[in-house]
Design a protein around this ligand. Structure first.
Ligand code: SAH
Length: 263
């Protein structure tokens, strides 16, 4: 780059693990990147697969937030395209705003390329739907309190009272808290639950099904204690239900903008 110009930082969602689940736009940006800062061991495959020869590739796992932003700012002085590669979608538990603020403060342009969240990939892996007509039409992305405190009103028991689909991030080592919250909200012991470990990772994905009563034991038996999505949802297992309310959109007796009802 000519002196005086600065590059742009792209926060790119790498997707849940399978390098083919990055977006076309994310892949194109990696292919033209001068520098890539990737998040730990989670997304290195995409970085190494798609970044061009000579690209500066740095793992951020041992860096503080200040070191990461300083690195990104530094790289924009030498490269037009600088990529911060994050797992799943950058806007979910990704410290996006903390990283972006110092860039804005320096007058450095930045933008976000969304990614396939592990919540989506986990449900896809299990062949499950997050919503079903007349069962639930809402999804909550949340976590239980660990070292990061939960804001008031967002404790899992309160959220679980809605009986919607709950995608619970960052909580696999705190399964006992998840279970206690669901019980406090009145979920029955036979409520279906799903845990997906390393969703979409070729050869490493594990799909565990159970109930509120036994899911913790299933995780223990399978040795799943990290990188896992917990899903509690009244939609789970619907493939095998005897009856199912149809989606109006595809119902032959339902007229909408693009199709007239058939008799
Ligand atoms: N931005 C990411 C989430 C980062 S927080 C996203 O959109 O997916 C890290 C948490 O995400 C993990 O604790 C785990 O709950 C979940 N996670 C990330 N990758 C996963 C994967 N491949 N399979 C299952 N869960 C995953």
């Amino acid at each position: 780059m000519t002196s005086g110009q600065t590059g742009k930082v792209w926060f790119v969602g790498a997707g849940p693990g399978d390098p083919e689940l990055i977006t076309v736009k994310g892949q194109k940006l990696l292919a033209q990147a001068g520098a890539v800062l990737f998040a730990g061991s989670l997304v290195d495959r995409a970085a190494t697969l798609y970044a061009p020869p000579g690209c500066v590739i740095r793992d951020s796992k041992d860096m503080t937030l200040e070191e990461m932003t300083a690195w990104l700012i530094d790289q924009t002085r030498a490269h037009a395209t600088v990529v911060r590669l994050q797992t799943g979608d950058p806007g979910l538990y990704g410290a996006l705003i903390e990283m972006a603020r110092p860039l804005s403060a320096e007058g450095i342009e930045w933008a976000v390329v969304p990614g396939v969240s592990s919540a989506m990939a986990s449900m896809a892996a299990a062949g499950e739907s997050m919503t079903l007509p007349e069962v639930t039409q809402s999804v909550i992305f949340t976590r239980v309190e660990g070292r990061t405190p939960m804001p008031e009103g967002e404790d899992l028991a309160s959220l679980a009272a809605h009986r919607t689909t709950l995608c619970i991030f960052l909580s696999i080592t705190l399964m006992y808290k998840v279970e206690a919250a669901l019980r406090a909200a009145g979920w029955p012991e036979d409520a279906p639950m799903l845990v997906v470990h390393k969703a979409s990772w070729p050869g490493e994905e594990k799909i565990l099904r159970g109930t509120l009563a036994d899911i913790k034991q299933r995780c223990r038996e399978a040795g799943v204690a990290s990188q896992a999505m917990i899903v509690a949802s009244p939609t789970l297992g619907a493939l095998h239900w005897e009856s199912l309310v149809r989606s109006k959109l595809y119902d032959p007796t339902f007229t909408h903008r693009f199709r007239k009802a058939s008799a």
